[in-house]
Write a protein that binds this ligand. Structure first.
Ligand code: NAI
Ligand code: 15L
Length: 265
């Protein structure tokens, strides 16, 4: 059965801008929410301004939605007191609203920074221990734990998506390994909405790149296979200087997020 009303939080962001149009294929109505401007709604769209730190507003936004793509939040490293109200409290508001309003399926936009302090020689699966590389990564680990609890306790299904780097093009050499195309993201959203039983799997959100640190074989039951590859962007970095093998940015999967306190003086 086609999703009747699909909510996307954080819809004004980098990923929202890339996938907004494609969401029309998956639901009768797409409700887009953010604190930032979302422009005019398309024929199948509804636009709701909603601050995730406001529990009542979040509940109102979730009302009437059968599935949610939770992308809203602080998306880079910062002071903990700036991240927590949105990524921790806001995500809690979202799950509570889903429970109370009857939304049964969620995609949680987690991040590779939940595991960012693993070295690049380590191949990770869904069962690998977390190793957050930043305040940001820790806040996403909270969201993953919350999703797991809402599945076990309330039967709300979540696809926990540890996104690598979802941008139109990789921005540096590291992203040749972590890049995820928006088309692969959209196909995964289709799977997440349509698979008969989702459960609460952890999936690494990455395209079929030549360099790869992540193994999604434990969640092969979903039947999602990325089709794109960063290989076509290799020329962008061909003339970059050699990398220092002792630089934390090169050692760790999280790249610059794994540099201690890089966000403050
Ligand atoms: P972004 O920063 O461009 O978009 C996030 C959106 O959340 C923004 O439009 C912002 O206005 C909104 N937001 C921030 N605070 C809010 C609040 N208090 N209430 C309501 N909305 C608020 O991030 P991007 O790149 O689009 O990422 C989307 C999600 O995916 C984020 O949760 C991010 O952590 C996660 N992610 C993204 C990756 C990427 O490669 N783009 C990689 C890993 C995770
Ligand atoms: C993330 O989690 C960030 O939201 C995004 O801005 C990128 O930096 C990405 O990870 C990455 O690791 O490249």
């Amino acid at each position: 059965r086609k999703t009747q009303r699909l909510l996307m939080t954080g819809a004004a962001g980098t990923i929202g801008q890339q996938i907004r149009e494609g969401l029309a294929d998956y639901a009768k109505t797409v409700r887009l929410s953010d604190v930032a401007d979302l422009g005019e709604p398309g024929a199948h769209e509804e636009i709701v301004t909603c601050d995730l730190t406001d529990a009542d507003a979040v509940r109102e936004t979730v009302k009437g939605c059968d599935a949610i793509l939770h992308f809203g939040g602080i998306s880079t490293e910062n002071r903990a007191d700036l991240i927590h109200p949105v990524n921790i409290d806001g995500t809690y508001h979202l799950y509570e609203a889903a429970r109370k309003e009857g939304a049964r399926r969620i995609l949680f936009a987690s991040s590779n920074h939940v595991i960012g302090f693993h070295s690049r020689e380590t191949r990770l699966t869904a069962s690998s221990p977390i190793r957050p590389d930043s305040n940001y990564g820790v806040s996403k680990a909270y969201g993953e734990a919350l999703a797991s609890m809402y599945w076990d306790k309330y039967g709300i299904e979540t696809l926990i998506l540890r996104i690598g780097s979802c941008f139109p093009e990789p921005k540096d050499r590291r992203m040749m390994a972590t890049w995820m195309s928006s088309a692969d993201m959209l196909r995964l959203i289709g799977v997440m909405l349509e698979v008969p039983r989702l459960g609460c799997p952890i999936v690494y959100g990455v395209s079929d790149n030549e360099e790869s640190w992540w193994d999604n074989s434990e969640t092969a039951y979903l039947g999602w296979k990325p089709r794109d590859s960063s290989a076509r962007f290799a020329h962008l970095f061909a003339d970059d200087p050699a990398q220092d093998p002792d630089d934390p940015e090169v050692i760790y999967q999280g790249g610059k997020f794994a540099k201690a306190g890089h966000f403050e003086d």
